[in-house]
Write a protein that binds this ligand. Sequence first.
Ligand SMILES: Cc1cc2nc3c(=O)[nH]c(=O)nc-3n(C[C@H](O)[C@H](O)[C@H](O)COP(=O)(O)O)c2cc1C
Length: 184
Amino acid sequence: MSTLEVDTVNATESFRHAMRRLPSGVSVITVGQGSDVSGLTVTSVSSLSIEPETVIFGINRKSSAWPILLRHGVFGVNVLNARQAEIAERFSGRGGVKGAGRYLGAKWMTKITGVRLLTDALAALDCEVDDIIERHSHDIVIGRVRYVHLSSNRSALAYWHGKYLEVTQNSGTGTIPDSVFSTT
Ligand SMILES: Cc1cc2nc3c(=O)[nH]c(=O)nc-3n(C[C@H](O)[C@H](O)[C@H](O)COP(=O)(O)O)c2cc1C
């Protein structure tokens, strides 16, 4: 078995490699209302507490969604299914699409707070900001869940070693073909 030592010179690179080994679920955070909307793809979503129902995620303050999140004080957590890798790519900003353009080509609904929720996400949570903790380049956002939408979809989108994976209960994992990322 080989081990990689963390030295101070390469600490950042070693840390990046370590985090690439952590398999994560992929969610899209939606923010804003009307034409004042944006969103971002995240792997940092986690549940904080069950009672009350709260979630937590990290957001880079340079992200275009950050000022909109602060203005409206509400957000959606859309847990992506395995067929939504293209949506994850769009909301990661890699194709250069900004703001409301990121929402095109998918079905959205609103529930209590007014943020858009993906109708066929594996799960969608309508949340109000409970608290924001500023730390380094990111804010840690705590959200109170106001509405839960569940779909019958059974395969999840995960991210591991810089690639999207499909996670299913029956057949384990499989890679998402690169062809889904054709940006036409
Ligand atoms: C798989 C994946 C996970 C990400 N997770 C996070 C995250 O947890 N927090 C964050 O701030 N950005 C995360 N990002 C980056 C944001 O999606 C990206 O910076 C943002 O959408 C682009 O910002 P823009 O709206 O300014 O273009 C992630 C990107 C990818 C592809």
